[in-house]
Design a protein. Structure first.
Length: 367
């Protein structure tokens, strides 16, 4: 008997079709943005069998965004951020089988110099490290997207959202406003102030940041994308990028960049000053962004990244404490997993990546 295949077909698609994806990281918007920074965006349509071996030929189609980047001359890799988006109801075993089949099928469409395909599966798991993997996959030397995060339910009243926070967080958000902190939606006009805060945050916390051109291009691309008349996606799924700044007496105290898209809002980037830290500007910023996202029709607000648990020795333990204080649900994803196509070159790359990650983590612990 022929083995039942979950992947019925994989065919090249177009970037516009990817705009029906649930995640902004699988959208045509994100693919075309990354193409501005050296990535090659490859859209596909994956057709999945959703019945069991005896159940017939029912199938479901999902767009798939693959972005590819060169690592060195004649050496590249493919990356599938928060993909594939699979039909609902598949077991963990079936999801693993789907990854295996998809990775194998993608090889036929990728250049011969593609060393591996890296997947960031979007589904949730019970706890960090419990996602497992198909036999042919290896855990990446470093995660690309944050596998652990906090998601705030916005399908409630503003008062219920406040009640869900820890009392100290509610107090701090209100204290900031009492002290005269003002929140404004600055967008591109506030990027100079925001980038100055980013550099200050980078020096203080030992985090890596992009060049200023990256953030400028992101806002430009988003505005350009919104104005395009050829976008096949509904207006509700088009990206709405916003920069909010918290100021006091002429000082920029903190800033956040958020992306509203469809029913989901995502906190992408944040920065704060060493000045007036007792004014609690970051708390008021997050509460304001949640309220704005709710007004925009979003049903959830993703704080986009925390450490896997509350370990006080983790170099980003303060981030865990800050984000979980807003309430919400702590969720975990499997993280980044690699499917090697060229084993020797992949092992060399993975060893180098693992070494770099250990060195970065050690540096953060010394901060």
């Amino acid at each position: 008997m022929k083995e039942f295949s979950l992947l019925k077909a994989l065919t090249p698609g177009d970037l516009e079709s990817c705009n029906s994806s649930d995640s902004f990281l699988q959208s045509g918007f994100w693919g075309s943005f990354k193409a501005r920074f050296g990535w090659n965006a490859r859209p596909f349509l994956a057709e999945w069998n959703v019945s069991d071996a005896e159940g017939g030929a029912a199938a479901a189609s999902r767009p798939l965004l693959v972005i590819r980047r060169r690592l060195a001359p004649f050496v590249s890799f493919a990356y599938i951020p928060w993909g594939p988006e699979l039909p609902e109801g598949l077991s963990a075993e079936a999801r693993g089988k789907a990854l295996e089949e998809l990775a194998g099928a993608l090889k036929n469409y990728l250049p011969i110099d593609t060393v591996f395909a890296r997947f960031d599966p979007p589904w949730f798991i019970e706890a960090p490290g419990e996602g497992g993997s198909p036999p042919s996959f290896l855990k990446a030397g470093a995660d690309v997207q944050p596998p652990d995060t906090v998601i705030i339910d916005l399908n409630r009243t503003n008062e219920a959202i406040l009640t869900g926070m820890k009392p100290k967080w509610r107090y701090n958000a209100r204290l900031a406003l009492k002290k005269g902190v003002r929140i404004k939606q600055a967008n591109e006009g506030g990027l100079e102030d925001f980038y100055a805060l980013l550099k200050e945050t980078s020096r203080r916390d030992g985090i890596a940041i992009h060049d200023m051109s990256y953030y400028k291009t992101l806002f430009f691309h988003c505005r350009e994308y919104q104005r395009r008349g050829t976008d096949k996606s509904p207006a509700s799924s088009r990206p709405d990028l916003r920069l909010y700044l918290a100021t006091h007496g002429g000082d920029a105290l903190a800033g956040i960049v958020t992306l509203f898209r469809g029913r989901r809002a995502t906190y992408l980037y944040g920065a704060s000053s060493d000045k007036k830290r007792n004014f609690m500007a970051a708390y008021a910023l997050q509460l304001n962004a949640m309220e704005e996202a709710k007004r925009a029709g979003c049903l959830s607000y993703d704080l986009f990244g925390i450490p896997p648990d509350s370990n006080p020795n983790h170099p980003m333990a303060g981030l865990y404490q800050f984000k979980t204080g807003f309430g919400g649900k702590i969720v975990h994803r499997p993280g980044s997993w690699d499917y090697p196509y060229r084993s020797l070159l992949y092992r060399l790359f993975r060893a180098a990546e693992t070494f770099r990650k250990k060195r970065r983590d050690a540096k953060k612990r010394k901060q």
